[in-house]
Structure formats: C-alpha cells, structure tokens
Design a protein around this ligand. Structure first.
Ligand code: ZN
Length: 343
C-alpha cells in the first residue's frame, strides 16, 4: 500500500465535490483568525489542531460556523480561495469545481460585486501561481429557504455579477425537511442561463430524493447519492444515462450517512455500472484530503495503479472543464501512470 500511497500523491487529479469554507485548513483558519482578533477561533496553529478535533457532528457544525464568521471582508474571501488552491496544488489537484455559498457572505453584508471580484482574482492568481484550474458551483443553502434560493440564482445569472469561472448550480445543507422539488424554479432559471445542475441528494435521505433531484432539478451529477444503493431501478437509471455520483466516503462516515467505511456502497455503484468520482467534501473538517479519499477508494474497490488512474480520469471526463482542458489532463494522467509503471 505504501507504493500506492506514493502513486496517489503524485497522480494528477480533478475534484468535483469540495466546499469553499469547508476547505479551510488549520493553516488558513489561523491566518484568518489573526486578522479578526475578536473571533473565538484561536490563531495559534497548535491550539487550532485541538479546535479541529471533532467530538461529534454538532461540534463540526460549530467549527464550520466559526470559520464562516471569519469571512467578513472581500480580502478574507480572496485569501481563503487562493490558499485553498495552494493546498489543492500540493495534492496534485489540477482542476477543481469549488462549491461556494455566496448567500452566506452577501447576507453578512459583503458587497456582492466585491465578492465576485475576490473569487475571480483568486482563481486567476491560483492558476498562474499553482497551475490549479478553479471553477465555481454556486449552491443554495437549503436550510436558509427560498429567500436564499432567489438570492443565489440572482447572483449566478445577473450578467454584471456572474463570475467567469461559474459553471454550475447546486443545492446543499440538510435534506431532511428540505424537499428538493421546491427549488425547481430556481434550477430552471440557472439551467436556462447555461449552468449545469449538480444538487446534493440522497446523502441523509432515501433514493426518492435522488429521483426528485433528477426529475425536478434535472441533475447532471448527484452530490453523494449514497442511498441510491437501495434502489436497483435508480442505479440502472444512473448507469444508463451516465449520471455520475460524487462520492465522498470519509464525509459519509463523519456525518453518519454510512456507519463504517466497509459498509460504504461505492462498490455497489461501480458494479451497477454507475460512473463514480471520488471527492473530499469538507476535507480538513473531516480530517481527510483527496489523496486519502483515493486511498479509501483503492481499498474498497480493490484498485491498483491503473484502476486509480481510471478513477481519476472519470472525474476529468464528467467535469465541466472544456474539451481541450479535459484532453490535456487525461493525457497527463496517462503519462504519469505509464512512467510510474515503466520497468
Ligand atoms: Zn457537499
């Protein structure tokens, strides 16, 4: 396995399901906390390690909200985004679709135009400095209701605001008590404006939520989709229509969507012919990173280097990167793998 870990560490990768604030590592949180001394978040890196050691899911939410509270000005947004890209580049992540919840920031009074400028400035600088291409998914925080849906779709579709890197429209937050169909009009508007539909569904609720996401929100990929494993008809549908699942194994354990990694349905998906991509969701908050998620996938799916390279190419293939970008990244994966396996 040591060799496989080294292979994964150097493997060029794409990540399709990872959250902006949820990617704030202790290093980044420390920098943000140092700028806002009145925050309850420690700025000392050692104290932060304790702060990030989760006792339970309620503690995770607590930490997440404390980090949200550190994003107060456009400069905080820029710093977070740029530094997240630096952490990605260290893992050889060449392309990432970062899920951003602009409502959390505009509600706090950050100017919407300045917010868009901050993420775009960070995106362009990150690509130049680290070689990591970033694209955005703007998601509705489901728990904040239809007001947040209206605000998110307005920010995503208003010509003078819509950032160049925006490719998709999502829906996050709790699923229980937040039915997907009520968001149909907002997804209709986002899709009409040329955005791809990538809602979370079936993480903490049953397969019917995934059906709702497909039927009402016209999902092109499903965030998590964990409970799809319980519905053979749904699995057949996902396979037939090549609708990929964005699987985040460690996150599923942390949120108790799945009890143990050994019970994770990833293999069921693959055996049913569903396209699976592996992702990290909120990596520092779940004590993981994308490399670790690939190692988990290797174990659960019994993959060798070639299998891992195919998994990485799945993500490239079903990403919203343009065709030349996809071809270049797929070729880079092939060259790396061939070089690794060469005698
Ligand atoms: Zn997520």
């Amino acid at each position: 396995m040591t060799d496989l870990h080294a292979f994964i560490a150097g493997l060029p990768k794409a990540e399709l399901h990872v959250h902006h604030v949820g990617s704030a590592s202790p290093r980044i949180v420390s920098e943000l906390a140092a700028r806002h001394h009145d925050s309850k978040v420690p700025s000392d890196p050692e104290a932060l390690v304790d702060f990030f050691t989760f006792t339970d899911f309620a503690h995770f939410i607590d930490v997440y909200l404390s980090v949200v509270d550190l994003i107060r000005a456009p400069e905080d947004v820029r710093l977070l985004t740029y530094e997240v890209a630096r952490d990605m580049a260290r893992q050889q992540i060449r392309y990432a679709e970062l899920t951003i919840t602009p409502f959390s920031s505009t509600r706090r009074g950050i100017d919407e135009g300045a917010f868009m400028d901050a993420i775009e400035d960070a995106r362009i600088a990150a690509e130049a400095d680290f070689g990591t291409i970033l694209r955005w998914c703007f998601d509705i925080p489901g728990e904040a209701g239809l007001e947040s849906a209206e605000e998110t779709v307005r920010l995503a579709t208003t010509d003078k605001l819509r950032p160049e890197g925006l490719v998709s429209f999502g829906l996050g937050g709790p699923e229980i008590g937040v039915p997907r169909p009520q968001f149909k009009p907002y997804f209709d508007r986002a899709i009409a404006a040329g955005l791809h539909s990538v809602p979370h569904a079936g993480e903490t609720t049953g397969p019917e939520t995934v059906w709702d996401a497909l039927t009402d929100l016209r999902a092109e990929r499903i965030g998590h989709g964990t409970s799809s494993a319980r519905d053979p008809k749904l699995l057949a549908h996902l396979a037939e229509h090549r609708i990929p699942l964005e699987v985040c194994p460690t996150s599923n354990i942390a949120t108790r969507a799945v009890r143990t990694l050994d019970e994770h349905p990833m293999k069921t998906f693959v055996e049913a012919g569903v396209v699976v991509t592996v992702n990290s969701d909120d990596p520092p908050m779940f004590g993981t990173d994308l490399n670790n998620e690939y190692a988990v996938a290797a174990r659960l799916l019994g993959l060798d280097e070639r299998g891992l390279a195919e998994l990485a190419k799945n993500a490239v293939d079903v990403s919203f990167l343009d065709a030349p970008g996809k071809a270049a990244l797929a070729a880079e994966i092939d060259t790396y793998t061939a070089g690794w396996l060469a005698p």
